[in-house]
Write a protein that binds this ligand. Structure first.
Ligand code: SF4
Length: 438
């Protein structure tokens, strides 16, 4: 019997890159490759890189360097693969470089580096593919690329314009995940609310009916599959209001991840954000009227070129009004190739950026703590992420894995990962909740 070639895999970057990694690993496993734990002793290394921020590029280059040192046969894929010269500059001897989602070219490079062994038993693969995320939750990518041109972002340059998957294709994958025991799916893309625009919302055959490639139709169908459905990277367009009733009915989680990025119209305009002209506070108010327990998470950038103290103050006031549940904040970092650097806007000094970041975090932390406190005394469904005898860590419907808070649970009976249990919340801080089952 031939010995299966072993591939060591490094996955860097965001949840979207993780989905790409899962797909490549699924292909590798299907063709009989084994996934090695260490570079040393593997037949080759695949590094799935992130090229979004300069710091992410540095991390990617470092990971490639480590793989070169410990193994020497390295295939680079992912966002940084779109700028091969940057990689070759530092690591001229990498075996191959392929761009983002270039699954075929990654596989071709792998075949060249280490031809597959043919063993029918190794070719067996669970029909849902291989997942890097824990078994009870999974990311579901509905489209690739983006039609927007935010000035700080190079994703459209790296990944191209929006390409949506047909609805039936997405639903088929979701159904496989449900059958494999997944309890929660995170719908991801670069711009979830734009889903289907590129294919003119074309309908595809799903069972006995046709389903249009529309944000609302897809959310409804996914909501009927019995899993928790969480929506990420949604923009505050008017049609987003259509899915809020699904949240109020309990079909889709009452959770929206909306990267607002700022509140000052001048900064948003300089950022060329989608829906920058929308009155976001009014919109949030009307969503909450329909679904009062809607939880909103967002990300913001402080210190964008040209941001004045007045702009920043507007952002703090917006936070006070919007009372969103969670907010991440990034200090603006120039990204090579982004237009924000060529607009002639005044750079915000580093110390001002730092100070604004701290002010933002302090303000939001207070708001998050207030929002969290409202949950004390409630009995909430919690999905278990980690179980350890009679104590466990889980999440409510209001918290996404890896980015939001956890619930620390004491239980009278042992819990298992993936269980959904009712927890009485007894205590809260700005991030986490504490409670007992029953
Ligand atoms: S919406 Fe803007 S920030 Fe998001 S991927 Fe598209 S261009 Fe980049």
């Amino acid at each position: 019997m031939s010995v299966a070639p072993r591939v060591s895999f490094v996955s860097l970057g965001c949840p979207k890159a993780l989905v790409d990694s899962e797909r490549i690993i699924t292909r590798l496993r299907a063709e009989g490759y084994e996934i090695a734990r260490k570079h040393d002793g593997a037949d080759l290394v695949v590094v799935n890189t992130c090229g979004f921020l300069d710091s992410a590029r540095d991390e990617s280059l470092e990971a490639i360097g480590t793989a070169m040192k410990e193994n020497g046969k390295v295939i680079v894929t992912g966002c940084m693969g779109a700028t091969p010269e940057l990689i070759r500059d530092k690591h001229p001897n990498v075996f191959a470089i392929t761009g983002p989602q270039a699954y075929e070219s990654v596989m071709a490079a792998v075949h060249e580096a280490a031809p597959p062994a043919h063993d029918p038993y190794l070719d067996l693969l669970p029909p849902q593919g291989v997942k890097l995320t824990p078994r009870h939750y999974a990311y579901l990518k509905i489209s690739e690329g983006c039609n927007n041109r935010c000035t700080f972002c190079i994703i459209p340059a790296l990944r191209g314009d929006l390409v949506s998957r047909p609805a039936a294709d997405v639903l088929r994958e979701a159904e496989k995940l449900a059958k494999a025991g997944v309890k929660e799916i995170m719908v991801i893309s670069q711009d979830t609310s734009a889903y289907g625009v590129d294919i003119k919302y074309a309908a595809s055959q799903w069972g006995d009916r046709e389903v249009r490639a529309k944000f609302l139709d897809l959310s409804r169908e996914l909501g009927d599959m019995g899993m928790w459905v969480r929506l990420h990277y949604v923009y505050p367009y008017p049609h987003v209001a259509d899915v809020i009733p699904l949240m109020a009915e309990g079909k889709v989680l009452p959770y929206l991840d909306i990267p607002f990025q700022h509140a000052s119209p001048a900064v948003l305009k300089n950022m060329r954000r989608p829906a920058h002209g929308e009155k976001t506070l009014d919109r949030i108010r009307s969503w909450r009227e329909i679904c009062p327990d809607l939880s909103i998470r967002s990300t913001f950038i402080v210190g964008f070129p040209g941001e004045t103290e007045e702009d920043f103050q507007m952002l703090l006031d917006w936070l006070d009004e919007a009372k969103i549940d969670r907010a991440g904040c990034f200090k603006y970092e120039p990204v090579g190739g982004a237009r924000s650097e060529e607009m002639g806007l005044a750079a915000v000094p580093q110390e001002v950026k730092e100070a604004r970041w701290h002010r933002f975090m302090q303000r939001q932390q207070k708001i998050s703590a207030q929002q969290q406190k409202k949950k004390i005394g409630k009995r909430l469904p919690v999905i278990i992420d980690e179980a350890n005898g009679l104590s466990a860590k889980g999440r409510t419907k209001y918290d996404a894995p890896e980015i939001d808070g956890s619930v620390h649970i004491e239980s009278r009976r042992p819990l298992r990962t993936g269980d959904i249990v009712t927890v009485k919340i007894e205590r809260a801080d700005a991030y986490d909740l504490y409670g007992i089952t029953g």
